[in-house]
Design a protein. Sequence first.
Length: 376
Amino acid sequence: MIRIDSVTKRYPDGTVAVDRLSLDIPDRAITVLVGPSGCGKTTTLRMINRMVEPTEGGILLDGTDIRQQPVNTLRRSMGYVIQNAGLFQHRTILDNIATVPRLLGTPKKEARVRAAELMERVGLDAALAKRYPYQLSGGQQQRVGVARALAADPPVLLMDEPFSAVDPVVRKGLQDELLRIQDELGKTIVFVTHDIDEAIKLGTMVAVLRTGGRLAQFAPPADLLSAPADAFVEDFLGADRGIRRLSFFPSAGLELQTAPIVGIDADADQLASRADAPYLLVTDLDGRPLGWSEPDRLTAGAIGRDQLLDHGRPFVPSADSLRTALDGAVLSPTGWAVAVDGEGRAVGVVSQQVIGEAIRAAHSRAADDAEVKAVR
Ligand SMILES: Nc1ncnc2c1ncn2[C@@H]1O[C@H](COP(=O)(O)OP(=O)(O)O)[C@@H](O)[C@H]1O
Ligand SMILES: [Mg+2]
């Protein structure tokens, strides 16, 4: 564990960048430092690898003050990734990634084999190995930066706004990739961002900092959304925090109805037996949803796809949250969401009203949990 123990950083010009900050950063999880520009995120991160020394307080790594070990040993145990990747422009991608292992004495061939493995791990095509950084897109360069930081297999990764300079679509890809890599490798990651959505998506724990380098709140993302510590945190979280909190509730418990589902080849008996449903979901012959219709608009044996209403975006109960289910229902002209399995076959439908009840139940369970935690 990394323990930041009442750390203050005052720069020589008198600026207090970090003010009595204490944080226990858990092992093998992603801890995000988030806050507005100038609130001391970078300073905090750089104090962890001693690029900046605290004015007061100390930082402990597994119980030992980080000043007790040579700074080079410390930095070897901490990969560092920055915005715009900071790659060596005159070295190929493969050599960029192999740099640190080479410095540590790994034979050239072995370092290159390892670099090639890492390229694959971070989702880079092997064909890019011999290119130079300027020949890569911004997103690809960030992947190289991550691969390079992982090359010496450090237990800790420090990441300072690594995805901030790329466009939103590429950023989402990089975030997904980081979560996947973290699932496999289980590093202790300290991740700095000014983007609260990124913090909530990536963080196991999120530390919200305010200007002046003071900690506003340190909590798991779901707790931030349900119980912001003060008006600053609430404001920073933004307006739709209620909706966003639904991302942390699974949709798996929703009670699904199967009766309103009919195949496009439905016969007269099948349609008649479902005549009292407000809407029927029509599927293709493989069971994939095609669209909604009122029952009395359907003619057995002659259901046309063009007469169906859009079924919106389906959700997968084992994987998606209540937010995705609600989104599906809100987007659907019928107010019903469609649940599908991993192959996209309809497994049930659920109304906005039932989703609303599940949301209320989830809220009260979460409130109970919070009460239990508070009592303990
Ligand atoms: N080397 C420095 N000398 C003086 N002030 C600095 C220095 N580095 C950062 N600061 C100031 O410290 C504060 C925190 O900076 P920083 O840690 O970079 O914030 P963030 O990464 O959250 O944007 C800012 O007010 C910044 O201007
Ligand atoms: Mg910064």
